[in-house]
Design a binder for this molecule. Sequence first.
Ligand code: GDP
Ligand code: MN
Length: 382
Amino acid sequence: MDLVEYQGKQYFARYGIPISAGRAADTVDEAVAAAEEVGYPVVVKAQVQVGGRGKAGGVKLAADAAEARQHASDILGLDIKGHIVRRLWIEHATDIEKEYYASFTLDRAAKLHLAMVSARGGIDIEQVADTEPEAIARLHIDPLDGLGLPAARQLASDAGLDPEALDQAAAVLVDLYRCYVEGDADLVEINPLVLTTDGRVHALDAKVTLDDDAAFRHPEWSELEQIGDVDPREQLAKEKGLQYIGLVGSVGIIANGAGLAMSTLDVVNQVGGTAANFLDIGGGANADIMANALEVINTDPNVSVILVNIFGGIVRCDEVAQGILTALERVDLASPIVLRLDGTNSVEARRMLDERRSEQIIPELTMIGAAIRAVEIAGGQS
Ligand code: GDP
Ligand code: MN
């Protein structure tokens, strides 16, 4: 789950990372009231799950109520890279001396945590990585060792932060690391981490991605409101406990196991098609799960054919066939199903489907055969 800036800042604050005082607002009047409360000058900031808000006109300074009103009304409803602004964060403005960058994430290849710190903050870090890779100091951290103040200070120093910022920056890094580990985040990023004109170091922006698999340890996460639009297909899938990722093509894909689902995506691409989604019904797929999966895909108007690719190991093909038959009764499927069923009980499954012969089900024996057939159908209809 990606948090918006102010949720990320509130998460930071629990670990003692300094942030500016602020308030959330959903209307222009609320924004002005919030500005009065935090005290001018204020920054009016769009709360959307996308970076580069500043460049897009989503971050504006206001010196008084009239300006706060003007900026709030300009920013609410603004479209920032496809995200419509529905909530603002109003915080007391900071006088900036320097803008830095700090983040922690997991380096999967190294199997270690990775800290990145730079004195070139405030701008897109990918751009810094491209043009000035030496301007980013990196440190791998073994989770068993953790991160102490001396190593954090060294990292800040390697990154070229100003001498007067080093002690405070080191403390922020240690707290941010704790937020990342104890807070079960996949990513924590502060860009910019600023040195103020009066010599304080604090977080002016926050990007936090929580690890959904750790939700069971964090009952408080349920209070985090989803800000902004969620893909209705992904929402429906989540409610039904399915692993679903919406894409933009026309072939709906259902497979058992993430590996098989990805291979199916690849094969569809190789034969000239495009996938509308990625849907893994998992290793314990039964009739009900299969029916749910078809229901979710059926809500996607881009789908013109559904490719079901099941290799039965633990999953029994007759259960899957039963799920397809149940789905056909339960919902009015808008697209034909190209079906490749192989493995445990596949003979029984084919017999069941033959008995209830439906024009909507097109059987294929191989994965490549099924992909070619599905792409033909998709192409013929678009
Ligand atoms: P982003 O563009 O989505 O990354 O949004 P940020 O929160 O990082 O804000 C973008 C830029 O606005 C920052 O890099 C700062 O230069 C500027 N900014 C944000 N807050 C303040 C503030 O309190 N005072 C001043 N002077 N500038 C700010
Ligand atoms: Mn930023």
